[in-house]
Design a protein around this ligand. Structure first.
Ligand code: MYR
Length: 131
């Protein structure tokens, strides 16, 4: 289960990924140490996500397979959805400004929540531990 509160522990290739996303250097430096904490609560096919970081606090509600809007901390707007495939959550989101697709996967590996991101040929991971 994904339920619970997760605190980012480490990143892999995240700065390169943000660069590909067009995030400027100043913001990349801050974002690499954003202390991101997410609380996931799944009830049937509905998810409640609480996101807390040095940038902001927000709450997102979505239903598996149903498209919703999500804005990144820098204001970049995405639209897309999550689905479950086996033990993983797979998200496919499209940037509203340029139409490019960002895919992301959440999976539990050895008790850690691993979130992978892929955009425009660049991949990154953020790895979370239970808070
Ligand atoms: C959620 O389930 O947490 C809400 C929806 C998340 C949508 C996809 C998030 C992609 C984040 C990419 C960060 C890259 C920063 C440049």
């Amino acid at each position: 289960t994904f339920n619970g509160t997760w605190k980012v522990d480490r990143n892999e290739n995240y700065e390169k990924f943000m660069e590909q996303m067009g995030v400027n250097m100043e913001k990349r430096k801050l974002a690499a140490h954003d202390n991101l904490k997410i609380t996931l609560e799944q009830t049937g096919d509905k998810f409640n996500v609480k996101e807390v970081s040095t940038f902001r606090t927000l709450e997102i509600n979505f239903t598996l397979g149903v498209t919703f809007d999500y804005s990144l901390a820098d204001g970049t707007e995405l639209t897309g959805s999550w689905v479950i495939e086996g033990d993983t959550l797979k998200g496919t989101f499209t940037r509203k400004d340029n139409g490019k697709v960002l895919t992301t996967v959440r999976t539990i590996v050895n008790g850690e929540l691993v979130q992978s991101y892929s955009y425009d040929g660049v991949e990154a991971k953020r790895i979370f531990k239970r808070a």
